[in-house]
Design a binder for this molecule. Structure first.
Ligand SMILES: [Zn+2]
Length: 64
């Protein structure tokens, strides 16, 4: 049953990598990437750039 074992190891390694990314995110070190769309901030009355974390999907607004 070596195939099953290797698959399990692969799955664990994948989970470990995912957990490492989340740890960085929890530390506030998000992998920010500029979102293609821009949103209109009605409070400020201007267009702002939105950024999305590639790992956890969290969004933030740039230029506030
Ligand atoms: Zn993140």
């Amino acid at each position: 049953m070596s195939d099953v074992r290797s698959l399990d190891a692969f799955r664990k390694a994948k989970q470990k990598a995912k957990a490492a990314g989340n740890t960085l995110c929890k530390s506030g070190r998000h992998k920010w990437q500029a979102a293609k769309d821009t949103v209109f901030d009605s409070k400020q009355g201007k267009l702002v750039t939105r950024e999305v974390c590639a790992r956890c999907g969290k969004t933030r607004v740039k230029g506030t």
